[in-house]
Design a protein around this ligand. Sequence first.
Ligand code: SAH
Ligand code: SF4
Length: 382
Amino acid sequence: MSSIHTELVLKALESLDALSAPPPDGRPSLLGVPITELERFAEAAGEQRYRGRQIFQGLFHRRVTSFADLTDISKKLRDALEATFDIDRPKVEQVQASTDGTRKYKLKANDGSIFEAVYIPEVARGSRTNTLCVSSQTGCAVGCKFCFTASLKRNRNLSAAEIVGQVLAVRDDVAPFGERAQVTNIVFMGMGEPLLNYAQVTRAIGILLDPMGAAFPSKRITVSTSGIVPRIYDLGRDLPTQLAISLNATTNAVRQQVMPITKKWPLEELITALRAYPLQPRRRITIEYVLLGGVNDTIEDARRLPHLLRDIPVKVNLLPLNAHDRTELKTPEWSQVLAFERELKRHGMNAILRRPRGRDISAACGQLGETVPLPQSREAAT
Ligand code: SAH
Ligand code: SF4
């Protein structure tokens, strides 16, 4: 590379915030760079700002997977990009298809880290939604007693590029199924605690919301958290996305047992943060409540819950525990689940009993990280 070229690349590099989050190896990925930084990059490389937009649109509209395919920009800018960035997506190692249409993706980062994303097609109230559940970390340090991901020994933050890359990789995989199959919603309910990877998660969301690119509406992106209270305030200030809280108990004593994070931020502090959360008109906070047999599923719990959440616009998702071999906790009797739901509704709560999805391939909530080989699975070609 000529020295003038090196100089150019260096200048361009220095204009990037992307470098404040260096990747585990090699060059930063282009997938984690917002449009504004690409515009600065183009300018620093001696080109017009709008070239940055063209690069961004190449990634999200034309879905290019190599620098050579960015044919609408100059060779010089392409070379500068290539010298600075990587354009690779996480590698799809395996796709498992459930009988209910759910697809679980095992993805591999370029340092060999494994993480998962789950695609969940659904028809609800006549309209079709295809939700992609993405991971924010490769494990989870929060240590909830019912969650398989918590039992994994590994844990590193995913970069913004790896988060955006999950969306692009899955979007490409389902593209042959046509328009009806396209990803409409994104939920951060895969592996990891998104609010413990705040910078990369919010950066990824900013990219996914950008109207020039993937253009997801803010009401179609949901961040789910176990309750990292200071970051809930930050999120409310920084982004207009939807918020989900894994509540899972109605008293501190029980919540501490199953979600040790409660010792750091007790229920009172969590609820105060929810009360203060800025909600756009007609939006609600989602409350996730995993029903654990004999632990948090009593009628007293069902009565306490509406009281705890009074005056907060919420909808409650009830999820009977998906059992797995790393938890002692039990799925409640079905009659108990129905009684719990009935009691919430009697108190006027907007409660939905969620059917577990993709259970046959361990793609249901709390099962991520557990890979079950199936006859209809397909190992991705290497
Ligand atoms: N860390 C974030 C997001 C990932 S967990 C959070 O906790 O919110 C996504 C959801 O799966 C959470 O609501 C969690 O309560 C739920 N979950 C975890 N393990 C589960 C299990 N074994 N059965 C059912 N739901 C589970
Ligand atoms: Fe982490 Fe969420 Fe699992 Fe708790 S439920 S261990 S916060 S991924």
